[in-house]
Ligand binder design. Structure first.
Ligand code: ADP
Ligand code: MG
Length: 225
């Protein structure tokens, strides 16, 4: 599904140069759940962003479904990200100007899906995350846990192959965090998605089939569940 070959990522130059990733090799199979763990500043988010084509590596290659990402045009990368990837971030990133339903429908709007279909698919996803009664609310009126469930509905509405989640429970109390965790794995099973989760949360990491431990921009070791 996803491969990284000898990935490096360098920020800055000269005395400010910082090597955030150094020679990372990785292969993630379809429908697998993988946790990327390690100390703060170890390069977890950088690795996720490069794998998700949100950022490009300084050296090395990312291969998505057999296609070398460096050979794709910016437009093809955008399309691939929109159609095949879903994203969940610690900060939720819901638009305060849109209703809950329209937040969920946003990836479909970007993809040019007809409005009626956007609405019905977004409503289906809101039902799947248990928030159908909030469809018309402003997203600002929700609790943190509810916001993250909306973000998960938005990540899944385009039926992606891979969901990337960066500290999805990082801003939640333990009860909301447990609900979000449950939901992510339910959705993974139900839709057969590949789940790549960056997390400090040991419970969440332990539920993934593989844990990849990153230290100073390198993979230290891997643990299979
Ligand atoms: P983690 O997610 O494991 O906490 P990150 O991948 O966010 O770590 O960052 C790894 C290192 O790269 C950190 O030391 C961070 O300060 C540095 N870094 C991240 N993004 C940038 C950037 N845009 N410019 C310069 N340094 C960065
Ligand atoms: Mg991070």
């Amino acid at each position: 599904m996803l491969e990284a070959h000898d990935l490096s990522k360098t920020y800055g130059s000269g005395p400010a140069r910082f090597d955030a990733l150094q020679g990372v090799d990785l292969a993630i199979r379809s429908a697998e759940s993988v946790a990327i763990v390690g100390k703060s500043g170890s390069g977890k988010s950088t690795l996720m962003h490069v794998l998700a084509l949100l950022d490009s590596p300084s050296a090395g290659r990312v291969v998505v479904e057999g296609r070398d990402a460096s050979t794709l045009s910016a437009r093809d990368v955008g399309t691939l990200r929109n159609k095949r990837f879903g994203f969940v971030f610690q900060q939720f990133f819901l638009s305060p100007d849109l209703s809950v339903l329209d937040n969920v429908a946003l990836p479909l709007a970007i993809a040019g899906v007809p409005v009626a279909e956007q609405r019905s698919r977004a409503a289906d996803m809101l039902r799947a995350v248990g928030l159908e009664d909030k469809a018309r609310n402003a997203s600002t009126a929700l609790s943190g846990g509810q916001k993250q469930r909306v973000a998960i509905a938005r990540a899944l509405v385009s039926r992606p192959a891979v969901v990337f989640a960066d500290e999805p429970t990082g801003n939640l109390d333990s009860r909301s965090g447990a609900l979000v965790e449950e939901l992510l794995f339910d959705m993974q099973r139900e839709y057969g998605i590949t789940l790549v989760i960056v997390t400090h949360d040991d419970d969440l990491a332990a539920r993934c089939e593989r844990r990849i431990v990153v230290h100073d921009g390198r993979i230290l070791y891997e643990v299979a569940a």
